[in-house]
Design a protein around this ligand. Structure first.
Ligand SMILES: [Zn+2]
Length: 283
């Protein structure tokens, strides 16, 4: 009975992924197929049931799943807090870009070219990036995609999004900003909020996807600061918070310690995982 139910659920999930892919990128291959890059994901997969997360400073992360998926999120790998002397990934299956601002698009185009990875983001931003058609997956909040053992859900974020292709040129509208939920088969469910303030829809994210770990911006000024991030953790009901988008520039003044203080005030149970840039952590 349970096996039958699982088969029905998996079938529905695959259908959902295929539908979303068809809307986002008509010419792209079905998203149910493995989204391997040139050589697939080189390097060891994460331990069974564990996801290996490497913070690259700012909002940039590399996620390795037990099934061998390697996923980059907001890969500005040359940011001021990026680890020194750590090699950039040679193989990626997917690149997730939350919105068009330079500190999130980062080296997306170069990495896509090097690895052949598919790039997921808002329909408008992906169009502006001018990627090869087979790699471009323009979509929107509500879209769901399967990359090996990771199911990626595109969700709402409260921010703005524009893209400046040429530093001397004008910024162009880049669609709605997004966050990402990454559910790993037989593993944890991660939520990368992108740039955002706290918003009531986080309750829907909690109810629908039950994330256990949230990567939340805490720097303030352009995003949530520590007090809002503590409220966000409460809405999301997560066990752990990985703080991001702080300390990169003088304007981003929130700190993990300030977040701990705010959580204490709210009597929030979430733990703050203070990742060190460049060091892989099993979650
Ligand atoms: Zn931004």
């Amino acid at each position: 009975m349970r096996t039958q139910l699982m088969a029905v659920v998996m079938g529905a999930l695959l259908t959902l992924g295929g539908t979303a892919a068809a809307q986002g990128a008509p010419a792209a291959p079905a998203q149910g197929a493995p989204a391997t890059g040139k050589a697939g994901a080189k390097g060891p997969a994460a331990a069974k049931g564990k996801v290996e997360v490497t913070w690259w400073g700012h909002a940039a992360f590399i996620v390795r799943t037990p099934g061998g998926a390697v996923i980059a999120i907001d890969p500005w790998l040359t940011n001021p807090k990026a680890p020194q002397g750590v090699a950039q990934p040679e193989a990626l299956d997917a690149i997730l870009v939350s919105h068009g601002h330079f500190d999130h698009v980062g080296e997306t185009k170069a990495l896509a070219q090097k690895t052949g990875a598919k790039v997921f983001g808002s329909f408008e931003l992906i169009n502006l990036l001018g990627l090869p058609e087979a790699q471009a997956v323009g979509a929107n909040a509500g879209g769901t995609f399967k990359v090996k053992d990771a199911t990626i859900h595109l969700v709402e974020a409260v921010h703005s999004s524009s893209y400046q292709a040429d530093p001397k040129g004008a910024s162009q509208y880049a669609g709605a900003p997004l966050g990402f939920v990454i559910a790993i088969d037989n593993g944890p469910t991660l939520y990368h909020a992108g740039d955002t303030g706290a918003f009531a829809g986080m309750e829907i994210i909690a109810a629908q996807f039950k994330p256990t770990v949230a990567m939340l911006p805490i720097g303030g000024h352009f995003t949530m600061g520590p007090a809002e991030a503590a409220q966000a953790a409460r809405l999301l009901k997560v066990q752990s918070i990985v703080p991001m988008h702080y300390g990169t520039f003088p304007l981003l003044q929130g700190t993990p310690d300030a977040l701990r203080g705010e959580l204490k005030t709210l009597r929030g149970p979430a733990k703050v995982l203070d990742l060190e840039p460049g060091k892989a952590t099993a979650l």
